[in-house]
Structures are given as C-alpha cells and as structure tokens.
Design a protein around this ligand. Structure first.
Ligand SMILES: Cc1cc2nc3c(=O)[nH]c(=O)nc-3n(C[C@H](O)[C@H](O)[C@H](O)COP(=O)(O)O)c2cc1C
Length: 204
C-alpha cells in the first residue's frame, strides 16, 4: 500500500464526531486558513463548477454565530425542547474555537443548466455531493491536526441572520456547519454494520 493510501486511511479512521471542545486551537489561524484553502482548491465539483463557498468564523465571530442560533431558538423552539436540547447543545458548540459554514453558490451552475437542460435536476444534487466532499475532507484534515470537530445543521434556522451579519448572498445555500476546537473528550462508541451487507465485489 502506498504511503499516501495508508495516511489517507489513517486520516479517515481518525475522523470522528467530537462534542467536548474548548476555545483553544492546536494549530495557528494561518494553518487553519491554509488547510481550508487547499480543501476548497482541490475538492472536485460537477464540471469543475467550483460552487463551494466557505465562511470561516473564529473566536468571537464563532461565538457570535452560536449566540445568534440561541437567540433564534429561544424565540422559536418550544420551551421544553429549548431547555433539554437546544440550550446545552448550542452552549457546547459555542465553547469551541471556530465554525466553518459550507455554502453552495448556484450561479456557476446556471450556464451548465442551459447547456445541458437534460441534467437540470441533477446539478443541485451534484452540488450537494460536492459540498459533502468538502465537509468530509476538511473534517478529516482538521482532526489530523489534533482538533476535534462535529457537523451541525442549523439551516434554515440561522440563514437570514447569518447572511445579514457576515454579508452572505441570500441565494447561497447553507449546507452545514463544522464546529471545531481543541478536544477535551473522546468520541462516542461506534458500531459497524457487517461489510458483507454493504460491499459487493464481482470478478475479483
Ligand atoms: C450528512 C451528515 C449529517 C450529519 N448531521 C449531524 C448533525 O446534524 N448533528 C450531529 O451532531 N452530527 C451529525 N452528523 C454526524 C453523524 O452523526 C456521525 O458522523 C455518525 O454518527 C458517525 O460517527 P463519527 O462521526 O464519530 O464517525 C452528520 C453526519 C453526516 C455524514
């Protein structure tokens, strides 16, 4: 097995959901920016449309995001759910160091949709696939640097307020939020379905 293959598999194994995070980072902000830039540059997209847009919030800006989420949840979620679920979870995210918000910009898909009208239903789906690839790559790489991450979905709840606060075009579609920080706890136990139920090889 090549060194790249082994390292990649080790990186995938090391990527887990970590929820106990602190507002410290194991790497510099410049290194975070470098990793994010490499992910955005090298992750594939349909017809190389490069639709991914990443909003990166660190420290006070990250805290602002989760203050906004709590404010909206407080105004919209039933009291019991708010106390039991939203408040402790949002407090956990806010305790981290940063959040990356993954958007997809539909604009680069317009000319492709005009050129290939028979694929018009496929482009939004493929744009989602590409976003997922970005999320997985960044999650894996940040954890390889000793950070802990978890993936959240607070869209559409926070969309309008985030667009207003950080000047994000309203037609960009918010897919997910990757919360990260120096971890103070390990991952939850994880079980695996038998691979025979999931992988089917013919002609080996
Ligand atoms: C598409 C997708 C959506 C997810 N959404 C959430 C989420 O909204 N909140 C959350 O805490 N974890 C979310 N997760 C994390 C999964 O629950 C987690 O990856 C899974 O249980 C396996 O655990 P692991 O990440 O530790 O390997 C999501 C993962 C994926 C791939």
């Amino acid at each position: 097995m090549s060194t790249i293959t082994s390292s990649f598999i080790e990186g995938m194994k090391g990527r887990r959901s970590l929820y106990a995070l602190t507002n410290k980072s194991t790497i510099s902000d410049d290194r975070i920016e470098e990793i994010i830039s490499e992910v955005v540059k090298h992750t594939p997209s349909p017809f190389n449309s490069q639709t991914a847009r990443l909003l990166v919030l660190l420290k006070e800006e990250h805290e602002k995001l989760w203050d906004i989420a709590l404010e909206i949840a407080t105004a919209t979620v039933p009291a019991e759910q708010l106390e039991k679920l939203y408040k402790p979870r949002i407090a956990g995210f806010r305790a981290g160091y940063g959040t990356v918000l993954f958007y997809e910009d539909p604009a680069p898909l317009k000319p492709l949709e005009e050129k290939w009208p028979m694929l018009i239903d496929k482009f939004p789906e493929w744009s989602n696939h590409s976003s997922g690839m970005h999320q997985f790559a960044l999650w894996t790489l940040l954890e390889a640097e000793g950070l802990g991450c978890n993936l959240q979905h607070y869209s559409p709840m926070v969309d309008a307020r985030v667009s207003e606060q950080w000047n994000i075009p309203l037609d960009w579609s918010l897919k997910s939020q990757l919360v990260f920080g120096k971890p103070i706890g390990g991952p939850r136990e994880k079980t695996f379905e038998p691979l025979e139920k999931r992988v089917f090889i013919h002609g080996k």
